[in-house]
Design a protein around this ligand. Structure first.
Ligand SMILES: Nc1ncnc2c1ncn2[C@@H]1O[C@H](COP(=O)(O)OP(=O)(O)O)[C@@H](O)[C@H]1O
Ligand SMILES: [Mg+2]
Length: 249
């Protein structure tokens, strides 16, 4: 079967800066792949090229269903939400644009998408500023899914949320993937969140993928020294790294 996404020898230069250097990635249909790495490693640039928002210097990107089948969710949902638009109207607008549905059929679809992300009638009638950060991110996810993408790119989508809210959103994402078969490209600097949503992980450092494989393998038995450094910097309940740094007196 063809993958949802196949990235080959992807490269992006910004003047003298080599932001993305020979990146190769495969995302299965309905799969979940994490790209992890510290700030500035080239994750967002990779995501933007896959979403068609940035032109690669070289390399190829193949997405099942074409570039329109890719939707992005950012760290700050405010950036993608109209502050004067009620949640219900924001969803109705996307659905009308994408499907041509009107009237009761459209409203029914809006209700389905609200329900899918766990938002109720009261929140549907609210403006974004009346919602919590987690609720706003649910709206952003609903809006992205309303386009029925094959691939959802989540770029630090839970990074600004409290840990308990993060866990709720990650659980929600897992359920949505099971129900809809949408594939995730999950971008994060936080290895701790990867194992909750992803099957596979690619570790990015200075624009290059230094290690990739099944998440449980990379997270428990990292082969690359940089991956070990990343893992050692994240406290993970119930996980013991193979090598601990020497205790400081
Ligand atoms: N539009 C741009 N113009 C110039 N440099 C950029 C631009 N976007 C990103 N960069 C540079 O590319 C590198 C990778 O950035 P980015 O993809 O945002 O990394 P990450 O998302 O992993 O933090 C950084 O050095 C960043 O400064
Ligand atoms: Mg980024």
């Amino acid at each position: 079967m063809h993958p949802a996404l196949q990235v080959t020898n992807l490269r992006k230069e910004f003047g003298p800066t080599l932001a993305v250097d020979d990146v190769n990635l495969t995302l299965r249909e309905g799969g979940a792949l994490a790209i992890v790495g510290e700030s500035g490693s080239g994750k967002t640039t990779t995501a933007r090229m896959i979403a068609g928002l940035e032109t690669p210097t070289s390399g190829t990107i193949h997405t099942a269903g074409g570039p329109r089948a890719v939707q992005l969710v950012f760290q700050d949902p405010y950036a993608s939400l109209d502050r004067r638009q009620r949640v219900r109207d924001a969803l109705a607008e996307v659905i009308a644009l994408h499907t041509g549905l009107r009237g009761a059929a459209r409203d029914h679809r809006v209700a389905e998408h609200l329900d899918q992300v766990g938002l109720d009638e009261r929140q549907a009638a609210s403006l974004p500023r009346a919602l919590s950060g987690g609720q706003r991110q649910r709206v952003a996810i609903a809006r992205a899914l309303a386009v029925r993408p094959r691939i959802l790119i989540l770029d630090e989508a839970v990074a600004a949320l409290d840990v308990s809210v993060q866990a709720q959103i990650l659980t929600l994402l897992r359920v949505i993937r099971e129900r809809t078969g949408v594939a995730y490209l999950f971008i994060t600097h936080d290895l701790g969140v990867v194992r909750h949503v992803c099957d596979d992980v690619a570790v990015m450092h200075h624009g290059r993928i230094v290690e990739q494989g099944p998440a449980h393998e990379v997270l428990t038995d990292p082969q690359n020294p940089y991956t070990r450094t990343l893992l050692d910097s994240v406290p993970r309940p119930g996980w013991k790294p193979k090598r601990r740094p020497a205790p400081t007196p």
